[in-house]
Structures are given as structure tokens and as C-alpha cells.
Design a protein around this ligand. Structure first.
Ligand SMILES: [Zn+2]
Length: 323
């Protein structure tokens, strides 16, 4: 009788709802979320026309149904950053063949019903589903019905479908309903964000920060920064101007970007720029025009620091050679 009792007890333990429901996610993208990529937007947890991420902050937009893992620039797509199955399962659907292009509202009719772009949907059983959107054209390597292991490669991060920048849109659904993997039970309060989540290892929440920073010869165009083509390493001594820029995500009014350039003969320029808007992405730049004499040749150090109140959100340092 005693043995039977123990066996019964074990059987019950294994059948407990907690175990049957266990569904945990690994990263859907193969990149460093504190370095070469970042989370731009989370699931909108606010049912009103306003938007809020799971921490009650601004990294979302109205009706957003997934988590956006963004690359630093369009040129980063060439690095073929892998999209990975977040859990084991079976491929439910795939699409490929759509171009990687910047989305403009005018094209909404052209891609209606295909907003996800090149993508994959995986069925994990028990009503769980994950979806991966905006993959790079020609990169999807899985087929419908294929069995997948957790972490298996699906394709590369791209810019297809309704995407304003290159990123992976990652959606989780249970019985057809959107689930925020950072707040699966939907009961997070602003005081305790992330107290429950679906991640094996929850990605750190970055409330905003620098995406990139660099030098330029003139105030750069925002589109060139987003393309990743403003990346000056050397500058001729007769260049007309010396500029430093910082590209950031998740700005809030009152954030301060501190920019400075120090050259072989000391400080060239330094300024603190106060940001005035809540914006998904923006950039700031300061610079100095050359007077009559050429720039002293040698090494120039640039530093860009983004602060919010007393907190340093990001810091990036780089060097430039003037010849
Ligand atoms: Zn998205």
C-alpha cells in the first residue's frame, strides 16, 4: 500500500498543470541585445488608443502585437543575423520572396494581407504559436510541416513587409490570442514589471539608449544614419567641418545627450543637447566649422552619453584620425 501511494503521488506530480503548461522561450534572434541589436518595441499592453509597454513606459505603439528586435542599421542586414525558433515545434506556415524595402504608408494596399513580409509560423502544441516576421528575402530555410528544435535557424533578419526599419517582429499566441512574453498573464503592474514572463532567460529591459554614434564632415542626413553609411574613420585636415552624432531609440522629454570631441590640442567641441519629445528613433549632432588653419593632425576622441535624470542609459566612445 505504501509503495502504491508513493507511485500515485509521483504520477499526480507529473500531471500537474504547472508542468503541462510549461512553455518557455529562448531568444528568437542571434545577436547581442546590448550591442549590435536592441528591442525597439514591445507588445502594446494598453487597450485604449494610447500605447504602453509592459513596464508602463513608451516602447510600444497602439495595437502592436509583438516584440520588435531591431538591427542598428540597414547595412547590418548584410551580416545575415539569424532568426531562431524560440521553442521546439512544427512549422505551420512560411512565406518568402518579398523584397527588403523601406515601408511607406503609400504601399499599404500593395502588401495588404502580407504585412508580416517573409515569415514563419510555428505550432508548439497546447495552443501555443510563435510568428517571425520581416525576414530577409530568400533566407527562409524551413518548410511547412517540418519539425523544429528550439534554437533551430529559420532565416535571416530582413526588412520585408510592413517594416519601417530592419527588424524581427516576434509574436506569441495562445489559443489564437496575443500573449506578451514579458507579461504573459497580463497582470503586471507598473511597480513590478516582468514579475512573470515566458523567457528561459529574460532579455534585459533597456528603457532607451544609443543605437549608434560616430563622426562626420557635415551634419548627416537621418536616412544615411539609418542606412549605416555615416561611419567616418579618417578625415582630411582641410575638411570644412568636424561633426559628432548620436542615434538613439526611446527618447523621452528631458533626456540629455552629451556629445564631445577632444583632439590632439585639447577640447574641440562639447555640448549637452536636451531632448524634447517621446520618439521611437531620432538623432542629434553637433559640430564645428574649420576656420583658416587646417585641423591639427592626429587622433580625435569622441564620446556620446545619453542620460535620463541621474541614470546613464548609454555611452559610446570612438576615435577618428585626422591626416
Ligand atoms: Zn512589430
Amino acid at each position: 500500500m505504501k509503495r502504491t501511494g508513493t507511485a500515485l503521488c509521483l504520477a499526480l506530480a507529473f500531471a500537474s498543470p504547472a508542468l503541462a503548461e510549461a512553455f518557455l522561450l529562448s531568444p528568437p534572434i542571434d545577436c547581442d541585445l546590448t550591442g549590435d541589436c536592441y528591442i525597439q518595441q514591445y507588445v502594446d499592453s494598453d487597450p485604449s488608443p494610447e500605447a504602453s509597454d509592459f513596464t508602463c513606459s513608451t516602447l510600444s505603439y497602439d495595437g502592436h502585437k509583438g516584440t520588435d528586435f531591431a538591427l542598428s542599421s540597414r547595412s547590418d542586414m548584410a551580416r545575415n543575423i539569424r532568426v531562431l525558433a524560440s521553442a521546439a515545434g512544427r512549422v505551420k506556415g512560411v512565406r518568402d520572396g518579398m523584397d527588403d524595402v523601406q515601408y511607406f504608408t503609400a504601399q499599404s494596399g500593395k502588401i495588404a494581407g502580407r504585412e508580416c513580409g517573409n515569415g514563419v509560423v510555428i505550432d508548439h502544441g497546447n495552443g501555443w504559436e510563435t510568428q517571425y516576421c520581416h525576414l530577409k528575402k530568400g533566407s527562409v530555410i524551413v518548410k511547412p510541416g517540418q519539425k523544429l528544435w528550439q534554437g533551430q535557424e529559420l532565416g535571416f533578419v530582413g526588412h520585408s513587409g510592413k517594416a519601417a526599419f530592419p527588424h524581427l517582429h516576434f509574436s506569441v499566441r495562445k489559443d489564437g490570442k496575443v500573449v506578451d512574453p514579458f507579461d504573459p498573464d497580463g497582470v503586471t503592474t507598473c511597480a513590478t514589471p516582468g514579475d512573470s514572463n515566458l523567457w528561459q532567460d529574460r532579455p534585459e529591459y533597456r528603457p532607451g539608449g544609443l543605437i549608434d554614434a560616430g563622426f562626420a564632415q557635415a551634419i548627416p542626413k537621418f536616412d544615411d544614419i539609418k542606412a549605416g553609411t555615416v561611419d567616418l574613420q579618417t578625415l582630411p585636415a582641410d575638411a570644412p567641418a568636424l561633426v559628432i552624432w548620436g542615434y538613439l531609440f526611446g527618447s523621452q522629454p528631458g533626456d540629455v545627450m552629451k556629445l564631445s570631441i577632444t583632439g590632439p590640442q585639447g577640447l574641440v567641441i562639447a555640448d549637452d543637447v536636451t531632448l524634447t519629445k517621446t520618439q521611437a528613433q531620432s538623432f542629434r549632432a553637433i559640430g564645428k566649422k574649420r576656420r583658416t588653419k587646417p585641423w591639427p593632425t592626429g587622433r580625435y576622441d569622441g564620446v556620446v552619453i545619453l542620460t535620463r535624470g541621474a541614470d546613464v542609459l548609454s555611452r559610446q566612445a570612438m576615435t577618428l584620425a585626422v591626416r
